[in-house]
Design a protein around this ligand. Sequence first.
Ligand code: COA
Length: 409
Amino acid sequence: MRKALEGVRVLDMTHVQSGPSATQILAWLGADVVKLEATTGDITRKQLRDLPDVDSLYFTMLNSNKRSITLNMKSDKGKQLFVDLVKKFDILAENFGPGAVDRMGFPWEKLQEINPKLIYASIKGFGDGPYKFYKAYEVVAQAMGGSMSTTGFPDGPPLATGAQIGDSGTGMHAVAGILAALYQREHTGQGQRVTVAMQHAVLNLCRVKLRDQQRLAHGPLNEYPNKEFGDEVPRSANASGGGQPGWAIKCAPGGPNDYIYVIVQPVGWAPITQLIGRPELANDPDWATPEVRLGKLDKMFQLIEDWSADHDKWEVLAKLNEHNIPCGPILSTKEIIEDESLADNEIVVKVDHPERGEFTTVGMPIKLSDSPAEVRRSPLLGEHNQEIYGNELGLSESDMAELKASGVI
Ligand code: COA
């Protein structure tokens, strides 16, 4: 079956997480993604290693379905080969520190000259302005994009979230930009520059907190658990953030992830009162409407917890869902990796690797009926030098041996 992006070629200079998460999606959509690495390789090949001398899970879980070539972009010969490569690709993606590609000698104007159809996608920490030249990592973006100030308990410090919204979140925004640029190129015949700043992507994901910042000007945020409000959106612990109240409530036997997140829609109140053994509260004027419950959400969730604390989270999930009540047990990473339905959905998948053996990774979250993704292993460093430099660019074996000996590839 033909894949959605079959025939599209990506020269992937990305490293670490944000960029690789984007190009991995393109690879799963069927693009030919060739990862161009320094001769020392993407730093994450060696970071957080669980097995000696074997590409880390950090690397293998973000670079599947790609090919790998090495190229020293600081050598003259490397720059020449790069020019030959750029002519053959549709997309160039990178997430180096600000200015790195310019310093290699390839500002956007030059890349456009080499290949006017090229789509050049860059991820940086920040947009134009005072932070433009600052480097950034995941939690820096969470800090400056509105996530950390709004995550945590009101009386505790700002918290980072485990979801990699700064890195992979930005990568997904980059995918949207790249695909739109590809589509526009169908009409214009021209490539274009796609830039995404991690701070901007996190802010986009924190959009509702800016909603609340403006609502705050008109009075307290009643659906927040906080008792007092200043002039900025406070950390609101596990409040749902939406128009319907929610909270993480305890379940048996009381372990660190024995919780279930429950949302009480207006229609859910009556069945909940039945379930928790307090049917009289369904029509009690002190409890019957969302408006009267709003002032005592902590008490409402305590009532539900008094019931849930005697049942395990799976039982609570089943019982609440019998009444169509939105809820979700807090799943640990162990539970997720062992979950059969996630494996059946091919979102948790097993992949074989020549050096590490079989390992588990997260598969393709976007399902296309006519372009199913098949997750294949990540490449070894420079595994495809022969295919690209030899077969495609026509370099001889002796040329390649010389390039290798002189540290160009
Ligand atoms: N050949 C030769 N040199 C190469 C190369 C190659 N193939 N690929 C990269 N390099 C060099 C670059 O030229 C650059 O050198 P220079 O600074 O002397 O010009 C250097 O390697 C890369 O620098 P940088 O990207 O700044 O790496 P770093 O490890 O110091 O910083 C980040 C890492 C992530 C902080 C930085 O890349 C960054 O801010 N990226 C943008 C935001 C981002 O994506 N962050 C999230 C990462 S998950």
